[in-house]
Design a protein around this ligand. Structure first.
Ligand code: GUN
Length: 295
């Protein structure tokens, strides 16, 4: 079997148009312009690319954006002050502090200083707690993007055996929790594998839906995949540069071999990646609505 390719670019485009209409409605009907602040500390090239694309997307959708770029040597106290100012700024509905932060800064302390009502990344413990107990709140963008990708591709999660490989706070743990919920687009049986898991292949071969979020290029090979499984590749591993300096990305899945065995698969690039940013825009609109008491 050759797998159906799940086109994240197309699905993200549909959602972008939905978010664009929401932004227009908020402006036209309520006089509200959603606002997102991005905070980038240092000059990590990958982070710069991500932040630039978030700012560009805001401009494209009519979302007000404030980009705050700070030197790598900024003190923790100064960075906390920047976040406090954004917490108090009524034009800003969402605050995104790009991670990773430089080593001398306590990442948890910074992320936890963000007002949970402006936590469009969904990384604050209040947001994480709400997600785990199934209360409304902000869901982290990449895992929420995966859930929407599955839903819009017609993939049934109810009762499905989902195996997540990777237990990061950004992807592995939250996607497992989201798909575990007793809710539409979820209700799965979830297993999380990680570096101390014995016989990862024994687990992955049972998966109806296999989610690879390991951070190692081509980790998932065809022998680890059940015939007809849905394979979601969250990997964005830089494996080189083009002569023009553009990043060459590889997923966590050995696409060439796995696509011959899987029922459906996301490519890298063009799978999960485009979903992340659109879910951030969607969260920003949600934050603006909540701030205005629009629910
Ligand atoms: N670094 C990698 N992914 C993300 C993300 O979704 N949000 C933030 N703030 N930093 C990231």
């Amino acid at each position: 079997m050759t797998a159906r390719i799940i086109n994240g670019t197309d699905i993200a485009r549909q959602i972008t148009e939905e978010v664009r209409r929401e932004v227009e409605d908020l402006k036209n009907l309520h006089g509200i312009t959603p606002g997102l602040a991005t905070v980038l500390v240092g000059e990590d090239p990958a982070s710069q690319v991500y932040v630039a694309s978030k700012v560009k997307m805001c401009q494209n959708l009519g979302i007000y954006s404030e980009r705050i770029d700070l030197p790598a040597g900024i003190s923790e106290a100064k960075l906390l002050e920047v976040v406090e100012n954004l917490n108090a700024n009524p034009k800003i509905h969402g605050i995104l502090v790009q991670v990773p932060l430089p080593k001398h800064i306590d990442e948890g302390k910074i992320l936890f200083s963000i007002d949970p009502d402006k936590d469009v990344d969904g990384f604050h413990p209040v947001s994480v707690g709400r997600m785990v107990i199934g209360e409304p709140g902000f869901l982290p963008c990449t895992p929420h993007g995966i859930q929407v990708l599955l839903e819009r591709s017609g993939i049934v999660t109810e009762g499905a055996e989902v195996v997540v490989v990777g237990r990061s706070n950004i992807v592995g743990k939250p996607i497992a929790n989201i798909l575990l919920q007793k809710a539409r687009g979820a209700n799965s049986t979830v297993t999380i594998c990680h570096s101390a898991t014995r016989d990862i292949g024994g687990h992955t071969r049972r998966a109806d839906i296999l989610i690879a979020a390991i951070g190692k290029p081509w980790f998932i090979t065809a022998d680890m995949v059940k015939d007809g499984a849905v394979v979601i590749d969250v990997g964005t591993n830089e494996i080189g540069r083009t002569p023009e300096g553009k990043r060459i990305l590889a997923g966590d899945v050995d696409f060439a071999s796995v696509k011959e065995k899987a029922g459906a698969i996301t490519p890298v690039p063009g799978g999960v990646g485009p979903m992340t940013i659109v879910m951030l825009m969607s969260n920003t609109v949600k934050a603006a609505r909540m701030a205005a008491g629009l629910g």
